[in-house]
Design a protein. Structure first.
Length: 335
């Protein structure tokens, strides 16, 4: 174990974790809401340092990131634990598991992860994903620092449930985010994730203001967050507060974990796609086979720039600066 960052010591050997909005106050031996940070002897430690629960190479599009080094691979790592408790989580076997209970860890150092990334074919860097990366903040940060020294990129796939201080401290070492904006009502967050909406919105604004690459995913769950009026309020907020060039991924829901509803109707996804396109320049459908709505088009002339079929990506007519070959307009795609 390694001593955690962002906590304060309290009376009677208590500690107060200040990493995320839960602000867990822990007695000796207690573990935080994230299931990985524990009070040992009046100090806060992380139980997920120098180990991973999952490691593999993915297409960057699988994160999903469509405007960040399209067509490349990225080494992806994950741990156990999460500071939200979504009833529909697709990775609940690791995200909702205590570090002390998990038996599938692989011991690995930051140096070993970076070396693996360097020798992986067509690999641009390291993605911190699968569970909530900010719950393994210390290991992610140390790995990210070393990755930057070696010329690699760092990608975070997160629920955005992080306090401002820790987020801003890590930002210089991070190159791209996909933030999961699960809905746009406090009721949904309270009932289905046990968290709050406002901290996630604050995270999105901080990342957007930092100019770090940002994309957003919204999982569309039938009857829970697919109201079209509510959805339009959300995409208007994204456009006004973050910018209308932020890519938005609308992902199809399938039954997972504790939530057993029917999969999202394709027609509903298409309807929400059209609403989003009124306010955002780049909207994509995920978890569906829809080449048209998964490909990237020039915001000015409408020509196809990047063609996608699931995770197969083909660059059509865009230069290395992200400009359309036809009209020269930038789509702010990072190569």
């Amino acid at each position: 174990m390694k001593e955690a960052l962002f906590y304060s010591k309290q009376e009677n050997n208590k500690v107060r974790c200040e990493l995320c909005p839960w602000y867990c106050e822990l007695n000796l031996g207690q573990t935080g809401n994230c299931k990985v940070r524990i009070n040992v002897g009046g100090e806060l430690f992380t139980g997920v340092y120098n180990k991973v629960a999952a490691l593999g190479t993915d297409p960057i599009e699988k994160k999903p990131l469509y405007h960040f080094h399209p067509g490349k691979n990225i080494l992806s790592i994950g741990e156990v634990g999460c500071n939200l408790h979504c009833s529909f989580c697709q990775n609940h076997n690791i995200s909702q598991c205590f570090a002390s209970d998990f038996r599938g860890f692989k011991n690995v150092t930051s140096e070993q992860i970076v070396n693996e990334a360097l020798k992986t074919y067509q690999n641009i860097g390291i993605a911190y994903t699968y569970n909530e990366p900010f719950t393994f903040y210390e290991f992610m940060l140390d790995t990210a620092k070393l990755a930057h020294i070696k010329g690699l990129k760092n990608v975070v796939v997160s629920n955005g449930y992080i306090n401002t201080g820790p987020l801003e401290f890590a930002l210089p070492f991070l190159d791209a985010f996909n933030i999961d904006l699960k809905a746009f009502t406090s009721h949904f967050y309270n009932k289905y994730t046990k968290g709050q909406l406002e901290p996630v919105l604050q995270t999105l604004k901080i990342i957007a203001e930092s100019k770090t690459h940002l994309e957003i995913t919204n999982l569309i769950i039938p009857g829970l967050n697919d109201d079209e009026k509510e959805f339009e309020i959300m995409v208007k907020w994204i456009s006004f507060e973050l910018g209308n060039q932020i890519p938005l991924h609308l992902s199809r829901y399938f039954p997972q974990h504790k939530l057993h509803l029917s999969p999202t109707p394709i027609e509903k996804l298409e309807s929400l796609y059209e609403i989003a396109k009124k306010h955002l320049q780049h909207v994509y459908l995920g978890n569906v086979n829809d080449e048209k709505r998964s490909s990237t088009y020039c915001r000015e002339c409408g020509e196809m720039l990047i063609k996608r079929n699931w995770f197969l990506t083909k660059i059509i007519q865009i230069d290395s600066n992200g400009n359309c070959d036809n009209c020269g307009i930038s789509s702010k795609i990072v190569f």
